[in-house]
Ligand binder design. Structure first.
Ligand SMILES: NC(=O)c1ccc[n+]([C@@H]2O[C@H](COP(=O)([O-])OP(=O)(O)OC[C@H]3O[C@@H](n4cnc5c(N)ncnc54)[C@H](OP(=O)(O)O)[C@@H]3O)[C@@H](O)[C@H]2O)c1
Length: 400
């Protein structure tokens, strides 16, 4: 039925590729393209014996619009799935525009030399995508992504008005290393060492990194420390949920992770300012990435589960209401199925489903859109089918 060009073959890309290959009825053909072609070839060799999906591979530098345009013109995909890094979002969007091809990604644009992310750069393409008659679907991972769809679903089926949203990203997994990051270390460390931010009564409130702490007792995972962080879906949800009063995002961090991170920050290892070292310029954070365990190598070692979901409060039929929806994903089960731990799994599955929504026409609308702007029902129906079942209940117990 459809052909996808998948750019990026790392942790998330690899899961999405497995899932496209499980869904051959929709993804009849995929081309895996990345900076290091050998990784794409390895995955192709592993998967082509198990799937009806036809797989090709290519080498591409996704920072180069010209290279992307000629690849898209050669492959002629129905959609480009951007599963590279947030730095490549704009060049890939440019190439999709030039070739009038649908686009999707899982993370919003971030310039490589400034640790700052926001949607304005990608939202600036709204008119151009409308004019070109193609859809750009932004943030089709878990958070953003599924959490955004959970919000649209809560608004459609459970509330007349949502007043507050707390997004709770809990990882109860243990990889056995004193310090490692579950996805790209450079992106992860930039994210967690930034100031916290949340939306309250129409304005941003800024906090110091890790200033606001909560302790929750999560279904199937247990008691975990969480810290308030800025996260990209707050920005779009603040615009797209009418009358919303407060949106916050919390993520779990263990004490060992925080102690190591503080130490690395104190000695300058998390800096993105280039320094001179033995006659060449190096970026300390990029060097750190090179010495840390590759997130892809955590898969076979990680035990435990993730629990990611949202607590909504608001009103339904004149009464106050609280509603909690979450997914639990098991690291070992994920590894058994697709060779990656649950962090990549919970992102790669929604990436495939988002692309499926676009190519099947369920979510096709010329322009640039965030996930909560589409009808949540068809996406929610696919989630359980492709490995991310969801549970609706009362909020988890707030311990502290
Ligand atoms: N929404 C969510 O819930 C969520 C959660 C986690 C991650 N994410 C996002 O998912 C994306 C992928 O993360 P990941 O953990 O899979 O990262 P990763 O393991 O580092 O993989 C990144 C992939 O992109 C490729 N790449 C990097 N620069 C490139 C370039 N210039 N041209 C072509 N390919 C390039 C890399 O190629 P090499 O093999 O050559 O390095 C690698 O295959 C990121 O944007 C991340 O922020 C979203």
């Amino acid at each position: 039925m459809a052909k996808a060009l998948i750019i990026g073959c790392g942790g998330v890309g690899s899961v999405a590729i497995h899932k496209c290959c499980q869904n051959s009825e929709v993804f009849e053909e995929i081309c895996i393209a990345s900076r290091t072609k050998s990784k794409c070839d390895e995955l192709k060799a592993k998967l082509e014996k198990t799937t009806k999906t036809k797989i090709t591979t290519a080498k591409v530098d996704a920072n180069q619009v010209d290279e992307l345009v000629s690849l898209i013109q050669r492959v002629k995909p129905d959609i480009v799935m951007n599963l590279a890094l947030p730095y490549q979002d704009l060049t890939i969007m440019e190439a999709c525009l030039a070739t009038k091809t649908h686009y999707m990604d899982t993370a919003n644009y971030e310039p490589e030399d400034t640790a700052h992310f926001e949607y304005s750069w990608q939202w600036a393409y709204r008119d151009a995508f409308k004019k070109a008659g193609v859809t750009a679907l932004l943030g089709s991972g878990f958070d953003p992504g599924v959490t955004s769809v959970f919000t649209a679903y809560a608004l459609k089926h459970h509330f007349d008005e949502i007043e507050t949203i707390d997004i709770l990203d809990c990882n109860g997994g243990d990889h056995g290393y004193p310090f490692a990051t579950n996805f790209n270390p450079e992106i992860n460390i930039r994210e967690v060492s930034a100031k916290g931010k949340y939306w309250k009564n129409g304005a941003w409130v800024e906090t110091e990194p890790m200033e606001i702490k909560r302790v929750y007792d999560f279904p199937e995972v247990g008691v975990k420390d969480m810290y308030l962080m800025h996260h990209e879906e707050i920005e779009s949800l603040a615009l797209n949920v009418p009358g919303i009063k407060r949106i916050r995002f919390f993520m779990t961090f263990g004490q060992s992770y925080l102690t190591h991170l503080k130490c690395l920050e104190n000695v300058g290892m998390t800096s993105i300012e280039p320094i001179e070292f033995q006659g060449q310029q190096i970026v300390p954070l990029q060097f750190l990435k090179a010495v840390l365990p590759d997130p892809a190598s955590l898969g076979p070692r990680t035990k435990g589960k993730t629990n990611i979901g949202c607590i909504f409060t608001g009103r339904k039929d004149g009464k106050e209401k609280t509603y909690y929806i979450y997914n639990v994903c098991d690291h070992e089960e994920s590894y058994k199925e697709v060779g990656s731990q649950a962090i990549s799994y919970t992102t790669g599955v929604p990436a495939m489903i988002g692309a499926m929504m676009v190519v099947t026409g369920k979510w096709q609308k010329p322009g640039v859109y965030n996930m909560e702007e589409f009808d949540p029902d068809p996406f929610m129906a696919e989630l359980s089918k492709w490995g991310l079942p969801w549970v609706e209940c009362h909020a988890p117990k707030l311990v502290d």
